[in-house]
Design a protein around this ligand. Structure first.
Ligand SMILES: *Cc1c(COP(=O)(O)O)cnc(C)c1O
Length: 396
């Protein structure tokens, strides 16, 4: 029994129902198919499946549990096709390997996930793909960086950790006028808060490790887009090169999607409350959160996103020492660089996620020594505040 989602279904119904195929056992929850291969009724069926590469063959590229996750995520993003991968980085790698060739060029925002920059510079560079970096919100810089051989414009919005926004619609128009594809890493907002395809993006990337899982258990990723590029070209790379998602992790993610909207709403509410409270603290110099009227792109955030997300960053007046004092005074909030978990996390970007940059590069990126990033979890906001207040008192 294949469940065909009603095209009229809303986001929440798709999040719970899309993609499920019930077996003859009549199970209510989606089963986990932990099997590496599949059997065929006869030789002719085997030949037919191999020649078309459709149906169940081998779990490097087809697995029923992975397929439910892919169809559910495609439905939520509003894309035709989705390919799940073993990590968010594998999704970016698969996209580049499938769609680019030697001599091609990428224009990327400079404020993207650090490992994405390493992938571009250390590995794609070896194969003759060049990358130029531009400030995320500077449309003129994007335009000036595009060359005849540019194939992809790549960005995350909001950015990590300073929550700067890109105008997706404006960049999609620019990309299409210059015969490029716009790729949006939608990790921070998820489709519950931002739908890049509605704004003109061509491909959406996910690290499922963050909010799609939502409870910090599994590593995985996905790329969503049109049937040709994702369903054929990127699928072809996955099938051949094998950066595949495990069926178990796919199951964790597809269950995560069922509560995604509720969680993103709760993360956003907690983050907004924390951001407003942090703005009133004397030790805090500046708070970065798109939901604050003080955020330079607050109006764009209201237009482009249906919620402001769970990440709040702030500068402490006392620099690195103050940041470490605040972090070390926490008892509940976890000191870890991961984000998007039910558990709140706290990070000092200058000495962890952005520690490999030179002081000059960090200054250019706006990552000060007093900067602290919080991923607001699902605990009581009062307890998050009490946990931070202990450190803030030491800074008074
Ligand atoms: C974590 C992250 C990635 C990489 O995902 P992995 O699952 O860790 O490979 C890519 N982009 C963003 C924005 C991320 O936060």
């Amino acid at each position: 029994m294949i469940f065909e989602p009603d095209p009229e279904f809303g986001f929440s119904s798709l999040a719970v129902r899309a993609g499920q195929v019930r077996t003859q056992e009549g199970e209510h929850a989606e089963p986990i198919f932990l099997t590496s291969s599949f059997v065929f009724a006869n030789a002719a069926e085997a030949a037919e499946r191999f020649s078309t590469a459709t149906g169940n063959i081998y779990s490097r590229f087809t697995n029923p549990t992975v397929r439910v996750f892919q169809e559910r995520l495609a439905a939520l993003e509003g894309g035709e096709s989705c390919i799940a991968t073993g990590s968010g980085m594998a999704a970016i790698l698969a996209t580049c390997m499938a769609l680019l060739k030697s001599g091609d060029h990428i224009v990327s925002a400079n404020a993207v996930f650090g490992t994405t920059v390493s992938l571009f510079n250390q590995y794609l560079g070896k194969f003759g793909v060049a990358v130029s970096y531009v400030p995320l919100s500077d449309l003129n810089a994007w335009e000036a960086a595009i060359r005849p051989e540019t194939r992809l414009l790549f960005l995350e919005t909001p950015s990590n950790p300073l929550t700067e926004l890109a105008d997706i619609r404006a960049l999609a128009e620019l990309a299409h006028a210059r015969d490029c594809l716009l790729v949006v890493d939608n990790c921070f907002c998820t489709p519950a808060l931002q739908l890049p395809f509605k704004l003109g993006a061509d491909l959406v990337i996910h690290s499922g490790t963050k909010y799609l899982d939502g409870q910090g258990r599994c590593v995985g990723g996905a790329v969503i887009g049109d049937r040709q590029r994702v369903g054929t070209d990127i699928y072809g790379f996955l099938r051949t090169a094998g950066p595949s998602l495990s069926p178990f992790n796919a199951w964790v993610f597809l269950k995560g999607l069922e509560t995604l909207k509720l969680r993103m709403r709760a993360h956003s509410e907690a983050a907004l409350e924390l951001a407003r409270w942090l703005e009133t603290q004397p030790a805090v110099e500046r708070v970065y959160y798109p939901g604050l009227p003080s955020h330079p792109q607050h109006e764009l955030a209201k237009r482009q996103q249906s919620g402001f997300g769970g990440i709040v960053s702030f500068d402490l007046r006392g620099g690195r020492e103050a940041a470490w004092t605040l972090i070390d005074a926490t008892r509940m909030i976890s000191i870890t660089a991961n984000l998007g978990d039910a558990k709140s996390t706290i990070t000092h970007p200058a000495t962890t996620t952005h520690g490999r940059l030179t002081p000059q590069e960090r200054a250019a990126a706006g990552i000060g020594d007093g900067l602290v990033r919080i991923s607001a979890g699902l605990e009581d906001v009062a307890d998050m505040q009490n946990d931070l207040e202990r450190g803030l008192r030491l800074l008074a």
